[in-house]
Design a protein around this ligand. Structure first.
Ligand code: GLU
Length: 601
């Protein structure tokens, strides 16, 4: 494979990748929709999409292009994803017709105690934000480098070094800072100021980089070059592993920070022992389509799948919009009740994945939906040991859980000319992760372990245990129709990932929207809570129509971030004429970037 510095002028919908590729930051104007042939990509960022298109244009496949795009997102979206984090990778293999998955979730260190999130000074849990999330104790062993290597070994054609080339170029020559990047930096100021390594990288001269300035990350370029040369052994072993463990155990705190920064327990052995895991996907049939998702340790596949099974019992397309939305919200609440009760890392917990994705179980859960009236939340979980699909439905004791997931992460969708498809969600947990940059290495460490339940309860499938993977909501999804790709989609957004993917599928499959409309439509998330978390536009459009059912809508967003958005989806639809329709957000997170290799044929 020729080096990516080779001159190559590619005409892509959404702007032109200049020749020589990657010498300068590309035009920042983004196009959220692109339709064409030969390969397609959708990400939140034009640099990442351009990297994927570059790889596809050079003859790489979807797995190669996905790794190139993900590595570039590690540069341009460093607060959402990178080698300090983890994620879940889905691959539709056109040759075998099968969907495979890689679980690259971060993992708790072997020495993590059950009371890791309890402040020894008070005996009470650390305050979640900003104290617990800004800590060494929240850092899980990163899975992203292992995921990239595994995906390339299993499905790709490039070496890791080749796939990292576009990202190395972007890290070296820099990218243009946009409003979102500056705002995310400002949102994290207190946390970034807490560490010498982070403030010098992301708050140069004491301020967030200005909009329009060029942000370079030579340290990250060097780290990527190291991985390119030596493979991921240089991450999970050697000096870098020692530095990661040392940083977690003794974060480089500034003298003036008011944050306590609880230290972590990660060792070089934890890093050496990390493995990305091959896994069977979850599968449900929805309106005759085959929907594949991510199995536990993510709750994405089971929860989206169960909700679809519940909705499959009714005909949404014949309902009024408020009736359809009411069913969507109720199905989601029921599936979230089961998520809380049953889903955790299957290496530690007996997760009834088959039952949760069983149509019969979904049918019985659907008995709880009153077509006229919203149930009082939280609703109880179902009984996975006794169900027959017949009303009345059995119930189990409720789970005790609080939703502490944050809203960050990034997602990408890639397809190639051979028909292979990748759906990949990756994260460092919340925007800015733990806030801790490994000194001199240019990347942030995750705070994914905050996805565990804060307080230890032996009955909780998501309790902290050493060596365990915290439950995720990431829901990369690939949908086939008659064995061929129909739609691939995913989103960031903590537990609203699940509702975003579910709502987008419903919008596209049932409510008569095309893919760009399905993504742009205002969102609401019912996660088995008293009120429905809703974007302001959703409240404006549906509040009065949903009130008669008893749904109370409350605005999304929190006091620590400036965004009131739910999710930031990317997707590709495979059109009947053989073209690919790549779609990203038109507005959320400043808009995403869709590109195709050949706009016309
Ligand atoms: N930690 C979340 C999860 O695994 C992802 C974070 C986010 O999307 O904001 O589900």
């Amino acid at each position: 494979m020729a080096a990516f510095t080779a001159a190559l002028a590619l005409s892509v919908t959404g702007g032109t990748v200049a020749s020589p590729a990657f010498a300068d930051p590309p035009e920042t104007d983004k196009t959220p929709t692109a339709r064409g042939y030969g390969g397609a990509v959708s990400t939140v960022d034009p640099e990442a999409s351009a990297a994927a298109i570059e790889v596809l244009g050079e003859g790489g496949n979807a797995a190669d292009a996905a790794v190139a795009a993900a590595a570039t997102l590690g540069v341009t979206e460093p607060y959402s994803a990178g080698i300090g984090g983890g994620g879940y990778f889905l691959f539709y293999n056109a040759e075998t017709g099968k969907v495979g998955t890689i679980d690259g979730r971060e993992t708790a260190p072997a020495a993590m105690p059950h009371d890791a999130f309890i402040d020894p000074a008070t005996g009470e849990p650390y305050r979640f934000t900003p104290e617990l999330v800004t800590s060494g104790v929240s850092v899980g062993v990163p899975g992203t480098p292992a995921t990239w290597e595994r995906a390339l070994d299993e499905w790709g054609t490039l070496s890791l070094g080749e796939a990292l080339e576009p990202a190395i170029d972007v890290a070296k020559r820099g990218f243009v800072v946009d409003e979102t990047f500056r705002q995310q930096t400002l949102d994290n100021e207190l946390r970034f100021e807490a560490f010498t390594s982070t403030s010098s990288l992301f708050l140069p001269d004491g301020d967030a980089p200005a909009v329009g300035s060029t942000f370079k990350n030579p340290d990250l370029a060097k780290t990527y070059r190291l991985l390119a040369k030596e493979g991921t052994d240089a991450f999970y072993g050697g000096p870098l592993a020692e530095e990661i463990a040392a940083t977690v155990q003794d974060p480089p705190k500034t003298a003036t920070t008011p944050l306590p920064v609880p230290v972590g327990h990660m060792t070089t052995e934890d890093l050496a022992e990390y493995r990305a895991l091959d896994q069977a996907p979850t599968h449900v049939e929805y309106r005759g389509l085959d929907v594949y998702g991510m199995a536990p340790s993510s709750s994405g596949g089971t929860t989206v799948g169960e909700a679809l099974n519940i909705l499959d019992t009714v005909n949404l397309s014949e309902m009024s919009t408020p009736d359809a939305l009411h069913h969507y919200l109720e199905a989601s609440a029921l599936a979230f009740a089961d998520r809380g009760k049953y889903v955790g890392d299957p290496a530690f917990v007996d997760v009834p994945t088959d039952v949760l994705t069983d149509l019969l179980f979904g049918k019985e859960r659907a008995c709880h939906i009153d077509p006229q009236r919203a149930a009082v939340k939280p609703v109880d979980p179902g009984d996975v040991s006794a169900y027959d699909g017949v009303c009345p439905a059995s119930a189990a004791a409720p789970a005790n859980e609080a939703d502490t997931e944050n809203i960050s992460t990034t997602n990408l969708t890639v397809a190639d000319t051979w028909g292979n498809v990748v759906e990949y969600t990756l994260t460092i947990e919340q925007t800015g992760g733990s806030g801790i940059v490994v000194p001199g290495r240019g990347f942030l460490l995750n705070n994914e372990l905050t996805d565990f339940s804060t307080v230890y309860d032996p009955a909780d499938p998501n309790r902290i245990d050493p060596g365990k993977r915290p439950r995720s909501s990431m829901s990369p999804t690939i949908i086939l129709e008659d064995g061929e790709p129909f739609l691939a989609l995913g989103s960031p957004g903590g537990s609203t990932i699940i509702t975003t993917v579910l709502q987008t599928i419903m919008n596209r499959v049932d409510l008569g929207m095309d893919l760009p409309e399905a993504i742009a439509a205002p969102r609401a998330a019912q996660r088995n809570t008293a009120t429905v978390t809703s974007e302001p536009e959703f409240i404006d459009a549906y509040e009065s129509e949903l009130a008669p059912y008893g749904h109370e809508l409350t605005p999304s967003g929190d006091s620590f971030t400036s965004a009131a958005e739910i999710g930031a989806a990317t997707a590709i639809e495979f059109m009947p004429d053989g073209s690919m329709l790549a779609a990203a957000e038109p507005a959320r997170r400043g808009g995403g970037s869709a590109m195709v290799l050949e706009p016309a044929r």
